[in-house]
Ligand binder design. Structure first.
Ligand SMILES: NC(=O)c1ccc[n+]([C@@H]2O[C@H](COP(=O)([O-])OP(=O)(O)OC[C@H]3O[C@@H](n4cnc5c(N)ncnc54)[C@H](OP(=O)(O)O)[C@@H]3O)[C@@H](O)[C@H]2O)c1
Length: 321
């Protein structure tokens, strides 16, 4: 009897070691490659300058979009910058053009508008050999809020956030993908967010638009990979920009320049990526919490945290009034 028990125990022990070993092989090693060894040891093998003469970046007068624009110009690509304010666009175009000696064109459109925006962009980019598209533009809540309170405060906001965060990605892709396919090369980088892959109550519409970006990018990559097109969905955590309202960069909220350099080092290595090791670790901690303590526990922890942020934001707003 005792012998039988010890045989069962060693069988179970072997099985447990086998399962852990299988998970390490299937999940841990690819994670280490995608976030550490690939970008930091080997680096990206994608030569962006060889994709085409021009890069198009949406939401490019500030933050992450401007950092992508600078990095692409540094690598020798000509730029088309797209944002709302012509004045800001001209300042950034001059700054980048002077610094990197590349041609920079600008298009002023508001991505919360309708289909006419894309007619204007098509008209202004006809004939350009666009090899890189960065779908960066995005808008978020001014502070975390319950869905219905958000709607009550501004019913148009729900439409605008979907237009800027989703329609911009699909329409810009539809505009520039055909040219890339005809050249049999091209890179499309879509800015999602960690919010799209972890529980994110009180920012529910924003995080859903970002989940859309991940799914769209993933399936599109499968559709067009054989045409030589690389599509990457980038999922930052906090980056020190106007949107996050974080002024001082830190390890967990890097400057846009630090973030973009890191994200570009993952190009060709990961198609869905946090883009920056500390943000990848943050996602890992949350997914680990979900796996060990249950999804509901993780949701509650995040909710408590975001409710605290909302409370502080409302207090600040009340003081300002
Ligand atoms: N910062 C973060 O912590 C963070 C985290 C995760 C994901 N992301 C994502 O990263 C992307 C960039 O974010 P960011 O933090 O760099 O934003 P940001 O600093 O607020 O910059 C946004 C850029 O988009 C332009 N823009 C804003 N609304 C626009 C509109 N309706 N039409 C056209 N252009 C518009 C702005 O220029 P104008 O004002 O001149 O138009 C600006 O150039 C977004 O998709 C965001 O969701 C950011």
């Amino acid at each position: 009897m005792e012998e039988n028990n010890s045989q069962v125990l060693s069988l179970l022990g072997g099985l447990a070691i086998g399962i852990v070993g299988f998970q390490v092989f299937r999940k841990v090693l690819p994670w280490i490659y995608a976030n550490v060894v690939g970008p930091k040891v080997f680096g990206s093998s994608v030569d962006l300058a060889k994709m085409g003469e021009w890069a198009v970046v949406t939401g490019s007068t500030d933050g992450i979009g401007k950092a992508y624009a600078k990095e692409l110009a540094r690598r020798g690509l000509k730029l088309v910058l797209i944002s709302r304010s012509l004045e800001k666009l001209n300042v950034v175009a001059k700054e980048i053009g002077d610094k990197y000696g590349v041609e920079v064109r600008v298009i002023d459109v508001d991505f919360t508008g309708g289909a006419e925006i894309y007619d204007k962009i098509r008209e202004k980019t006809t004939g350009l050999n666009v090899g890189v598209l960065v779908n960066n533009v995005g808008i978020s809540y001014s502070h975390p809020e319950y869905f219905l309170d958000c709607y009550k405060a501004d019913p148009k906001f729900l439409r605008n956030i979907v237009a800027a965060n989703i329609h911009s990605v699909t329409h810009m892709t539809a505009l520039f993908l055909p040219g890339m396919i005809s050249q049999r090369r091209g890179v499309i980088i879509n800015l999602s967010s960690t919010a799209g892959v972890i529980p994110n109550p009180l920012l529910s519409v924003y995080s859903s638009t970002k989940a859309f970006v991940n799914k769209f990018s993933d399936d599109l990559q499968t559709e067009y990979k054989e045409h030589g097109i690389l599509i990457q969905s980038v999922q930052p955590g906090f980056v020190a920009t106007n949107m996050s309202k974080i002024r001082k960069a830190s390890v967990f909220a890097p400057s846009p320049e630090t973030y973009v350099r890191s994200a570009l080092s993952t190009l060709g290595i990961a198609t869905q990526t946090a883009g920056y090791l500390p943000h990848a670790l943050l996602q890992l901690v949350i997914h680990f919490t979900e796996a060990v303590f249950g999804e509901q526990f993780a949701r509650n922890v995040v909710l408590k945290n975001i409710l605290g942020t909302r409370k502080r934001a409302l207090r600040r707003l009340a003081k300002e009034q």
